[in-house]
Design a protein around this ligand. Structure first.
Ligand code: FAD
Length: 397
């Protein structure tokens, strides 16, 4: 059996590695020269337990994140080997409730209690090495008032964590290179799928058109390019969608502040993540630069121009400084600006409590005619879970 996987991010490489482990030959296509150069490298890497999705009242998003988080470590460890244990992991996240949160502190508290109930009701955890997970607890004000400003209403300590996405990306690149059943086709942009031939039409970097196939199965994991490829088979989402470009700052060992990992909720705020020696800083109003509901986003620059980069640096530091004391000590010159594309269903922004950006449960693989699979990764957290589900559709164990 021969399978084509389009897109070598965390989703495509996970599927390729799982299929290869089941004895299947895989052609893995990417328009870039190297795997893992898209959003799966330029991400925050939080392995969600659901707290960010407190505004999904039916808890379907939290349930999906918990299912994804539960299998993340065992599956990646199987695919990349014991080196997975060396990937830097952040310490626990604090959830910092902003006074302008779109959900009240009471509503967030009720949601966190329910999410905790679901986490505690899940057994056999191996969450980035942790076998048991603590519930979210409210911190007394004396424990945080020297760290957060007057814009903060309350702070919760959670057991949620993030992995350093650069380190994990490097391990996935190595695993792909070491797997003889996977052939990586670099610089190959897939433009369309031929339904009758089950073949792919690609364009290389010199403008040459090539046809690959036929394949028994084709899996589309192209994230920013996924809808455009699906549309050549007449597949389109049934609800409005959007692509956003989100930039953030990455600091190396020179960070002037030993930041506590924190997510500021709920609305257009930001995150701080400290993994090993690197730190990730984001402030949504400054970092969210592009929005489109076109079938394919434009080539948003990555990294951005110097002028835009300096606006982003100043905006993120200024925004975070309204919440985190000491964030203004970060010097723009020490920060690398990077960014990635986010795809989600929804037509309004995160400051709208009704926005479907607060619900991410309609993600995962869809299958057409038994051979074409299109995978909406949804979140980094859920990629390994969806890889397993997709592989089961192709070659059940
Ligand atoms: C700033 C930021 C922060 C985030 N934070 C989190 C977080 O904390 N936790 C979380 O769970 N999720 C987070 N996400 C979301 C998460 O990063 C993505 O859901 C995930 O990385 C998507 O993985 P992917 O493999 O589908 O996409 P990608 O990693 O983008 O891979 C897709 C690949 O397809 C290739 N491609 C595209 N079009 C074509 C084509 N036509 N032909 C061939 N190849 C093509 C691209 O080059 C790319 O390599 C964040 C995203 C961003 C941008």
């Amino acid at each position: 059996m021969k399978t084509a996987v389009i897109g070598a991010g965390i989703q495509g490489t996970s599927i390729a590695l799982e299929l290869a482990s089941r004895g299947i030959e895989v052609d893995l296509f990417d328009l870039e020269d190297q795997p893992l150069n898209g959003s799966s490298r330029h991400t925050e890497g939080k392995i969600h337990l659901g707290y960010v999705y407190a505004n999904d009242p039916c808890m379907a998003t939290a349930d999906l994140m918990i299912s994804g988080a539960k299998v993340f470590t065992p599956l990646l460890r199987r695919w990349v080997g014991p080196d997975f244990d060396q990937v830097p992991v952040s310490e626990h996240f604090e959830y910092v409730i902003h006074k302008d949160s779109i959900l009240s502190a009471e509503a967030l508290n009720a949601a966190y209690r329910e999410i905790d109930r679901r986490i505690q009701g899940t057994d056999n955890w191996n969450y980035l090495g942790q076998r048991t997970l603590q519930q979210a607890v409210t911190l007394p004000e004396r424990e945080w008032k020297n760290r957060y400003g007057s814009t903060v209403a309350a702070v919760y300590r959670t057991d949620e964590r993030a992995v350093d996405p650069h380190a994990l990306a490097d391990l996935l690149v190595k695993a792909i290179a070491n797997e003889p059943r996977i052939r990586f086709l670099a610089g190959a942009k897939v433009n369309s799928i031929d339904r009758d031939e089950r073949s792919l039409r690609t364009l290389d970097q010199h403008g040459s058109k090539l046809i690959y196939g036929p394949y028994d199965h084709v899996v589309n994991c192209a994230w920013a390019g996924r809808l455009a490829i699906d549309s050549t088979l007449g597949i389109k989402p049934t609800e409005p969608w959007n692509f956003r470009m989100k930039y953030f700052l990455r600091l190396g060992a020179s960070a002037p502040v030993a930041f506590q990992s924190a997510t500021i909720v709920l609305g257009p705020f930001g995150d701080v993540v400290r993994y090993g020696e690197s730190t990730y800083l984001s402030w949504y109003p400054a970092g969210r630069r592009g929005w489109t509901s076109d079938i394919e986003p434009p080539q948003w620059p990555q990294p951005p121009s110097e002028e835009i980069a300096s606006q982003i640096q100043e905006g993120i530091i200024a925004g975070l400084s309204t919440v985190i004391l000491g964030a203004n000590k970060v010097k723009p010159s020490n920060c690398e600006v990077a960014g990635g594309v986010i795809y989600a269903l929804g037509s309004t922004e995160v400051d709208d409590p009704e926005s479907t950006l607060h619900k991410r449960s309609s993600t995962g693989p869809i299958t057409m005619d038994g051979w074409y699979h299109s995978v909406d990764t949804g979140k980094y957290t859920t990629a390994p879970l969806f890889a397993l589900q997709t592989a089961d559709r192709i070659s059940p164990l």
